[in-house]
Design a protein around this ligand. Sequence first.
Ligand code: CO8
Length: 257
Amino acid sequence: MSQQVILTETVDRVGVIRLNRPDALNALNADLMYAVVEAAEAFQDDPNVMAIVLTGSEKAFAAGADIKEMSEKSYIDMQQSDWFSHWNRLSDIRLPIIAAVNGYALGGGCELAMIADMIIAGPKTKFGQPEINLGVIPGMGGSQRLTRAIGKAKAMDLVLTGRMIGGEEAERAGLVARLVADDEVFDTAMEVGKTIAAKSRPVVMIAKEAVDAAFETTLEQGLLFERRTFHALFALEDQKEGMDAFANKREAQFKDR
Ligand code: CO8
């Protein structure tokens, strides 16, 4: 029987997706892409899941798209299959996705981590966009999400030279939300997921949409979206509960958790 390319479980309302191609350093082939996307959609459809933690192994989050699967493809193969466009389904997931990243996060691996909403990493994590060494460029967001995350100067450095950066440099550059000891990366991501799990599910989804809107709109449009959405939250019982709990010095018990 062939090995499962991902492993999934639900722990305390946090859905975990673990990439599981250890012999290929979790290289992202088509099977793995479909499996990740379908698992994330299944978690989203489960009202008991509040957040998703996406992780790999100690040695590799993912060492990139599967070079062996791609190498012999023609332009027409890539263009007609719209290779890897299915990852867009992952960026459509409305639950927060936390990437717990150890080891190599290269090429498509770095790009997959950037599709997530936040990255937790350790000092030994290695991020990079080494596609230039293969005679190609990033194809899943490395020229776009990376530039938005760390700015043009550093994105140019990584994309043009293919050099890797460690977790500390990535955190300083703004790619990593929390830098923790390497052996605490997964547990920290789970703690973040559990913290989110105590909030209101619709409000969590709307908060994610509001932050994402900053990348898609002008400041004026974004501020209006935020303000109108803020107004709309006053239609929720969870807003009444949250504010009443504050006033009465108790912990909020959100209905739509
Ligand atoms: N694809 C396929 N196999 C891989 C990959 C990969 N990306 N990375 C590692 N492997 C395999 C190796 O071939 C090796 O297999 P085998 O044992 O059968 O020879 C096994 O994993 C272990 O790897 P190494 O022996 O190389 O391990 P090392 O510890 O010596 O080196 C490295 C680790 C530095 C991570 C090295 O494996 C490496 O450089 N890997 C390739 C990194 C890379 O170039 N990534 C970018 C790939 S291209 C990409 O991601 C484009 C994404 C956008 C596509 C969008 C299309 C529209």
